[in-house]
Design a protein around this ligand. Sequence first.
Ligand code: ZN
Length: 137
Amino acid sequence: MPKQSPIPDELDKPFYDACNEERLVIQYCTSCRRYQFPPRPGCTRCGNNASVQWRQLSGRGRIVSRVVVHDTPTSSLIPEQPFNVAAIALDEEPDIIMLSHLPGTPVDQVPIGAAVEVIFETTPATGQKVPEWRVAG
Ligand SMILES: [Zn+2]
């Protein structure tokens, strides 16, 4: 499914640079010992900027919910309708959710609870890679 190319800014550039190397990284606060996503200038819990660092994840998660989109306002996605939007809970921090179209999984056949693994798709406009997820195994 063709995706729009994100334009990285100062805050999320480490995330997108890692995507281009096919690595999934998110912020981790060493004071609170917790991950956070999307990126913020500092820890959203303790407010400390210096304790936030980027950490690489396993790229594994589980499907916790899903919807099927039949009527998107995004013109580039209209030819792909209907399509999946699944919520992926990360193995390292299940409170953090990333969204996926689950390429390769037909609509209405999304296995809730199934393990998924990250892949990286190249967006056509700029070549920026973005994370996507597929059912593992
Ligand atoms: Zn913190």
